[in-house]
Design a protein. Sequence first.
Length: 205
Amino acid sequence: MADYSGNTWEEARDILEQEGYAGTEAADVLRKEEDGMVFSVRLSGSGSKVMGIHYAYPAVSEYEEGFGIILPVIAANFAIWQEDNQDLSADAQGMSADVRQMEQLATAFWEAYLAGDAAELAQYLSADYGGGVETFPDGLDGHVAAQAQLLAVKGLDGAGPLDEDNVIISMEFRPAADADYLEYLTISAVKEGDGWKVAGYGLEL
């Protein structure tokens, strides 16, 4: 999920079009094909809050018939709630720039991990990262990417500046619709000259 707040719905659409997305029959959905993948984003807004729900799947007919049907339905059921006159900006919530950057990094990293997009994941890795680039184990041990549900981002409870240069974040999720247990994508992030980067990550029960 990407946060386009601070832009109007039309401006968010313009940003996506500059990134190569094109409109579809649905006014709030844009799409592009790149490197054998279909990338889609559904724009959703409430008041000053504008979000983009991103999803992707291989550009192959069998995936189009599966993910191409399921993922748009999932994205359409996301909702953004905002009370009248409620200001959801980072400053209004007392959220520091560090915490906001960490939240955005963790969410973008999770989305690329779930989508199986190794190239996108690599963009968020620290220059010192020495491990392999692993993605969501779709189809293995009860993991179903189309059904996985992110429940919480843990480790960013404080709204003030992050005092440490190394922060551990856990993405708590359900690996499939019928799973009766939770898993965690644990991310170790470090602050570098150009912002926060992922120094290490792994899947934990």
